[in-house]
Design a protein around this ligand. Sequence first.
Ligand SMILES: NC(=O)C1=CN([C@@H]2O[C@H](COP(=O)(O)OP(=O)(O)OC[C@H]3O[C@@H](n4cnc5c(N)ncnc54)[C@H](O)[C@@H]3O)[C@@H](O)[C@H]2O)C=CC1
Ligand SMILES: CC(=O)C(=O)O
Ligand SMILES: [Mg+2]
Length: 606
Amino acid sequence: MVQQGRQACEPTRGRSRSPPRSRAAGLIDAVSAYPGFHSVWAQDTAFPMTERDRLGLRGLLPPRVMSFEQQYERFINSYRSLENNTRGEPDSIVALAKWRILNRLHDRNETLYYRVLIDNIKDFAPIIYTPTVGLVCENYSGLFRRPRGMYFSAKDKGEMMSMIYNWPAEKVDMIVVTDGSRILGLGDLGVQGIGIPIGKLDVYVAAAGINPQKVLPIMLDVGTNNEKLLEDKLYLGLRQPRLEGEEYLAVVDEFMEAVHARWPKAVVQFEDFQMKWAFETLQRYRNRFCMFNDDVQGTAGVALAGLLGAVRAQGRPLQDFTNQKIVVAGAGSAGIGVLNMAKQAMLRMPGIHRTGEGHNQFWVLDKDGLITKDREGLDSAVARFARGHGPDEIPDLHEGASLVEVVKKVKPHVLLGLSGVGGIFNEEVLKAMKESDSPRPAVFAMSNPTTKAECTPDDVFKHVGENAIFASGSPFGNISLGNGKTGYANQANNMYLFPGIGLGALLSGARHISDGMLQAAAECLASYITDNEIRKGILFPSVSSIRHITAQVGAAVVRAAVSEDLAEGCCDVGPRELASMSELETVDYVARKMWYPVYSPLVSDK
Ligand SMILES: NC(=O)C1=CN([C@@H]2O[C@H](COP(=O)(O)OP(=O)(O)OC[C@H]3O[C@@H](n4cnc5c(N)ncnc54)[C@H](O)[C@@H]3O)[C@@H](O)[C@H]2O)C=CC1
Ligand SMILES: CC(=O)C(=O)O
Ligand SMILES: [Mg+2]
């Protein structure tokens, strides 16, 4: 019997990942056959003597057997020394050094890596996720040492159905796939975008307790339009312009069919696709496969939770959401996703049926300014939110009006940025927000990574005032406002939701991921924060509680799937058992399903 980690579901026994059952010269063969193998089963100096004998490792390790705790402490000490030794160096150098040390740990001992990550998620999320993951993607070809995940390229057309069986693990539960076309706010990074699925799946392991042997990061390399990368001698991707139209869709179709054929129950998360493909693929696959688009749907839920928090912070009842004036800078996949979900939420509020679909509390800007009905060639997804003219339109703003003009005239309750452009909430814009009609003006600078944030918390508390509420996509530190007061720098990132959406979808065995499941996830996050925290300006819980939050969100998603009759169950728990669970029992069930990293005997006598 082979084990690693602790999880209620049976651990994966992959083909080449299966550890040897007797004296294992085979261990070495397997290590060379697949580079990920070693780190999955490795315990390094913690291998007990009995296992060293059985695995043929006696003499290949120093004689002293260390405990897991000692290895853990040794790593944390090295990490802290690195922090001390790099103090004063440029941020990017320090961040990459930290990423390297963590990545090396991952490559040699996955169990220790994930334990360190889970226990220190607040410290390490900014390294394995935003903002450092952005820097890693920008430099990926140069940083490359060993592969993680799978790569399907335009040249693999017709081969994907057999290629998918090259992945050595027998079972895969969670897949994050990108085509690298819009990596954070950094644009087209081609094959180098693989860093994003890797980072998102590390968050899945840490937050949702998905067994790392059952996750699969995937890059669909359909070329790149990034000239700098095409000219870079080290660039690891296809050197050709991006496929477009039917040629592009044929690649994604073939990939989705291949995944579904091998792992019909796997949840597929689409990540960082440029807007046109984000929406097109979502519509194309969402009723056929268990998939979702994190940028469109995960972000929307997190933003909605923040918007509802901003209403509560004003001391207003939630129904007052329908009267909130919201200015959104960015009409891309994330911005439009947020607007759609916020609009749906408004339409569900009591009283709104009077005005219905025509009710428009949003002012949306893109790179050409305010979007009005005068704009030519508007995409239908955006047109829904275009402002009109006439006596009902107060204030009357012209097509293409600038952000500062819009903020000055609208006096919004919330200013939300998903533009991918750093610094556009400048001093003039923030000073205009001071005149907001809200007693707690809210500014959400949600673009990533940090360099692309529309503003910083310092700017907000300085120019908008101490009553302001701030949230950003990448982490910032809180601000001391003097007199013992704190300006809270909330992190409004889809990491609060996607792990719970994925885990809930998986455990419910849902055929697809419905709007109701996504809405349940958002409402669960929104209700997580207490009134007392909200009054202080805290809209989102600490990242340190992410595993707890994810259990709650996951359970909310399971229950929604059950109530919509979409759940088919998972492992040995069927839909009837899921339906019979109370709310608390569902949370408990979801939490018990989470994998937790501990060493287990690799070889037992059975
Ligand atoms: N905090 C979070 O959880 C998330 C943050 N994001 C961030 O949101 C940003 C945008 O992502 P997508 O919508 O997918 O990109 P996108 O490329 O689809 O859309 C960007 C939009 O911003 C507009 N824009 C550009 N310059 C502008 C300006 N000066 N003023 C107003 N609008 C401007 C563009 O015209 C476009 O409509 C990225 O930085 C991404 O990292 C995305 C998903 C989740
Ligand atoms: C957080 C995220 O998904 C993004 O910035 O694209
Ligand atoms: Mg994303």
